[in-house]
Design a protein around this ligand. Structure first.
Ligand SMILES: Nc1nc2c(c(=O)[nH]1)N[C@H]1C(S)=C(S)[C@@H](COP(=O)(O)O)O[C@H]1N2
Ligand SMILES: [Mo]
Length: 378
């Protein structure tokens, strides 16, 4: 791809020569084959936060290179009295900096598993379980940036827009935009925002589908009417018999994500018949995870231990001890949120293959031969 400067809204912006800039280690990340998207291997998440080197990437266009000295974040639209423009330095120095630990999950996470369950292949990024991650995001509250623009009494929606080739944008109601944990993030896990994750600034819309957290911000529109853009009418909507189309939208736009869980083991997992901890994560969008239960084969459901503080908008890490018998097993995990929603036993079809959240049947093979080698002192 040739390197060149993009349009006038994005001075200083040069196209990436390849899709993503961070080195992708196949040991840490799965490649669903699009060239722009990479999932985190669930068995390579070392702690509560996912390190930046392996945090999943979902990009609809190559990562742009942006010169922060030339970059501006503009806020305007019919819903403000005074359009404003901020430099990168102003974002760092003019407003209180805040940090929130929040989970990002792509609405298409587990699409391949949804297809396996429903006996079909869905178009779109072929995600396994890795399009989810949690980071500590540091930046400025979106509401602090909106205030100097003086939103009008009629202000209705707030839409972050990107400067990359795709010009991604996704509106949210004003109430969500001014929430404590709706951010314009400048740093991720204590480092400047990496290029692939939105440098110089990205939105973090807590608990919502990843697509709302627009990377490479250029402008934020405040409207006095509801906004219809591709990402809330054609993509990131639920299309199916139970989901009514509304106006120009093919179905209801996805906002908060449903409760779901993840086992930190490869699929299928290979274990030895020795005492061990099985660990995982559960996430419930804008809600908090209240409980995680697990079941081995046809045994009883049992409660897993919650190993991390329970907050809305961020996953919990859970664990249980297990000494598996040799042979093949099915491990099921079922998380419940603080509003009483529990992962269902089966998934509902929707045309674009979003929001897989049913209880997965995780295959586990336990090999007796390896344990004999281990116990013979090798
Ligand atoms: N500008 C821009 N922002 C974007 C996207 C994109 O393609 N372009 N992808 C969205 C989607 S679909 C997801 S799931 C998240 C992924 O964020 P990450 O790549 O930092 O993990 O970014 C969102 N923000
Ligand atoms: Mo996504």
């Amino acid at each position: 791809m040739t390197v060149g400067v993009l349009g006038p809204d994005s001075a200083g912006l040069v196209r990436a020569d390849r899709g993503v800039l961070k080195p992708i280690s196949p040991a840490l990340m799965e490649d669903p084959g699009s060239g722009l998207d990479y999932g985190t291997r669930p068995d390579r998440m070392p702690g509560y936060l996912v390190p930046n080197d392996r945090f999943f990437i979902r990009s609809h266009a190559p990562t742009p290179r942006v010169d922060p000295a030339q970059w501006r974040l503009r806020i305007g639209g019919a819903g403000v009295h005074t359009p404003v423009s901020y430099t990168y330095d102003e974002l760092w120095h003019r407003f209180p900096l805040v940090s929130y630990v929040r989970t990002l999950e792509c609405a298409g996470n587990r699409r391949v598993l949804l297809g396996e369950e429903l006996g079909q292949t869905f178009d779109g990024t072929q995600w396994g379980r890795g399009a989810i991650g949690t980071a500590e995001w540091t930046g400025v509250r979106l509401r602090d940036l909106l205030e100097p623009a003086r939103p009008t009494a009629a202000a209705r929606e707030v839409m972050p827009e990107s400067l990359d080739q795709n010009h991604s944008r996704r509106p949210m109601p004003l109430a969500k935009a001014i929430a404590d944990d709706t951010l314009v993030a400048l740093a991720m896990n204590g480092e400047l925002l990496p290029a692939d994750h939105g440098f110089p600034a990205r939105a973090v819309v807590s608990g919502w589908l990843g697509a709302a957290s627009i990377k490479w911000l250029s402008r934020i529109e405040v409207s006095d009417h509801s906004l219809h853009v591709p990402w809330n009418t054609i993509d990131y909507v639920l299309i199916g018999p139970r989901f009514p189309a509304e106006g120009s939208a093919r179905g209801p736009a996805i906002t908060t994500l449903p409760v779901a869980s993840l086992v930190e083991l490869p699929w299928p997992a290979r274990l030895r018949p020795v005492p061990q901890l099985v660990r995982g994560r559960a996430f419930a969008g804008e809600n908090a995870v209240a409980a995680v239960d697990y079941r081995i084969d046809n045994g009883p459901w049992r409660a897993a231990d919650m190993g991390s503080p329970v907050t809305s908008g961020a996953w919990v890490r859970w664990q249980f001890g297990w000494t598996p018998d040799p042979g093949d097993h099915i491990l099921r995990v079922r998380a419940t949120d603080d509003q009483g929603h529990t992962q269902p036993d089966s998934s509902e079809w929707n045309e674009l293959g979003y929001l897989q959240s049913s209880v997965l049947r995780h295959p586990v093979h336990v090999n007796p031969a390896q344990s004999l080698r281990m116990s013979s002192g090798g």
